[in-house]
Design a binder for this molecule. Structure first.
Ligand code: R5P
Length: 315
C-alpha cells in the first residue's frame, strides 16, 4: 500500500480494525478514544492525516450511542485535521431496525443517524448487511454495501451438511438474504418461518412454508439479539420433520442471556461474523462459530483507495 492510506478505529471495532490492517499490511492509526470526567466522548488523533485517504472502522454495537458519538467526533477531528477523504467503515449499522414508521409519531432513527454521519463530514460509507437495504439511499454520499454471505457459506461448507440441504429465513423480511445464501450453497429450494414477536424475548413460530422433512435446514437472519427468532424457527423446523438445524446470522448483537439460550437450544451450530465483537465466553462456546470479515473489508478499502471497482465483492 502507498503511504496515503490510514486506518483508525473506535472502541466498537478495535479488534476487527486490527485484522483489516494486518490484511493490508499497515499499522493501525494511533488515536486516543476515551471519556472526559463528565462522560462526554473524548477523541485525540495522534498522527498527521493531512492530505490522507482515511478510514474509520467503527461498529454501532452496544453501547451504541457511545460508539456513534465516537464515530461522529472522529470524523469531525479528521476533517478539521485536513484529511483528504474520510470513509466511515461501519461493519454493523445500528438503529437500522428503526428505518420506517410503523405507527404515528414514531421517528425514522436510521435516517437521522445517516444525516448525522454526513453532517459530521464523512465522504463515503462502507457497511455490511444493512437490516434494510433501502438505508443505503438515506445517504447522499457513496455507500458500498458488502454482504457476508460468501464468508458464511465458506464456513458452512466445512460442516458435514450434505447435498440435501434447505436454506430459509427466520422471518418474512429476510427471504432475499436466505435465497442468496441458498444459491451460493447450491440449495435448490427455500423455506420461510413466519414468527410473531410478543416481547423482545418472546417469539413464537406462526407458520412454516416449505417442505423440510428429513432435510438439513439452515436458517438465516441478519441479526441475533436474544436468539429468540432463530430458536423459534429451529423448533418449528424440527416439529415439521427437519433432520437437523444450523443457524447463520451476520451481526451478533447478543444480549446477556443470548449465548446461554443458543447453547441450550436444539440448534446444531450457530455461525456469526465479527462485525460486532463477540465476547470471549461466546467465542469459546461450542455452538457459536465466529467468521472474520476482516479480509473482505480490507479488500474493499484497498480497491476504493486504488480507485478500482468493488462490484466483484458484491457477488
Ligand atoms: C429483526 O427483524 C431482525 O432481522 C432479527 O430477526 C432480530 O433482530 C433477531 O432478534 P432476536 O435474536 O432477539 O430474536
Amino acid at each position: 500500500m502507498d503511504g496515503n492510506l490510514q486506518i483508525f478505529s473506535g472502541s466498537g471495532s478495535d479488534q476487527l480494525a486490527g485484522g483489516v490492517c494486518d490484511a493490508l499490511g499497515i499499522p493501525l492509526g494511533q488515536a486516543q478514544v476515551s471519556q472526559f470526567p463528565n462522560l462526554e466522548t473524548r477523541i485525540q488523533i495522534e498522527e498527521n492525516v493531512r492530505g490522507l485517504d482515511v478510514y474509520i472502522v467503527q461498529s454501532m454495537c452496544a453501547p451504541v450511542n457511545d460508539h456513534l458519538m465516537q464515530l461522529l467526533i472522529m470524523v469531525d477531528a479528521l476533517r478539521r485535521a485536513s484529511a483528504d477523504r474520510i470513509t466511515a467503515v461501519i461493519p454493523y449499522f445500528g438503529y437500522a431496525r428503526q428505518e420506517k414508521k410503523t405507527a404515528g409519531r414514531e421517528p425514522i432513527s436510521a435516517k437521522l443517524v445517516a444525516n448525522l454521519i454526513q453532517a459530521a463530514g464523512a465522504d463515503r460509507i462502507i457497511t455490511m448487511d444493512l437490516h434494510a437495504p433501502a438505508i443505503e439511499g438515506f445517504f447522499d454520499i457513496p455507500v458500498d454495501h458488502l454482504r457476508a454471505a460468501s464468508i458464511l457459506v465458506e464456513t458452512l461448507k466445512e460442516f458435514d451438511i450434505g447435498p440435501d440441504v434447505i436454506v430459509g429465513s427466520a422471518d418474512a423480511g429476510g427471504v432475499a438474504r436466505a435465497e442468496d445464501l441458498g444459491r451460493r450453497l447450491g440449495a435448490e429450494d427455500i423455506f420461510v418461518s413466519f414468527k410473531k414477536r410478543h416481547s423482545p424475548e418472546d417469539v413464537t413460530p406462526l407458520q412454516l412454508v416449505g417442505d423440510v422433512r428429513g432435510r438439513t435446514a439452515v436458517v438465516v437472519d441478519d441479526i441475533i439479539s436474544t436468539g429468540s427468532s432463530l430458536i423459534a424457527a429451529a423448533k418449528s423446523l424440527m416439529e415439521n420433520g427437519a433432520a437437523e438445524v444450523y443457524a447463520c446470522a451476520v451481526h451478533a448483537d447478543l444480549t446477556a442471556g443470548a449465548v446461554q439460550n443458543l447453547q441450550t437450544s436444539i440448534l446444531k451450530s450457530v455461525l456469526v461474523t465479527d462485525t460486532i465483537p463477540v465476547s470471549q465466553s461466546a467465542n469459546g462456546n461450542s455452538k457459536i462459530r465466529v467468521c472474520t470479515t476482516a479480509p473482505l473489508f480490507a479488500e474493499a478499502i484497498r480497491r476504493i483507495h486504488n480507485h478500482e471497482s468493488v462490484s466483484a465483492l458484491f457477488n
